[in-house]
Design a protein around this ligand. Structure first.
Ligand code: ZN
Length: 130
């Protein structure tokens, strides 16, 4: 458990911690606030992520994700629920570009067989291959 630094990129920092701690299998959660956020929505027809920017402060109501392996290195996959100043909730797939105002995270490392990501024909996503 710990806090992410003010002004840091959430996804990059969580990934950096997993790499430096050699965490390749686990789960991630966090709460806090962002100065701005960027989240994705996967368009199942075009098979591309559409990104939404929220260029203003929001609360992180819930960040939930996992850690597995992609191309030989730890990869954090997380989804984010945010709220604005009137309590309205928005969210999506956590993308680079979400900047910490204050953030308390928890990473729980698991023992066991690594889950490895590879291209999935049915969805166009990079999913676990087993
Ligand atoms: Zn996702």
């Amino acid at each position: 458990m710990g806090k992410l630094g003010h002004g840091e990129d959430i996804l990059e920092e969580l990934t950096r911690i997993c790499v430096s701690e050699n965490i390749t299998l686990g789960r991630v959660e966090a709460i806090g606030a962002v100065r701005k956020a960027r989240v994705g929505f996967y368009d199942q027809d075009s098979r591309e992520y559409n990104y939404m920017d929220f260029p203003y402060p929001m609360e992180i109501l819930r960040l939930a994700g996992n850690v597995s392996v992609k191309e030989g290195v730890p990869m954090v996959h997380a989804h984010l629920v945010l709220s604005d100043s009137e309590g309205r909730a928005f969210g999506g797939h956590l993308a680079a570009g979400s900047e910490v105002f204050a953030c308390e995270y928890l990473i729980e490392a698991f023992e066991g067989q690594e889950l490895v990501r590879g291209y999935d024909e049915a969805t166009g996503l990079t999913l676990w291959t087993e």
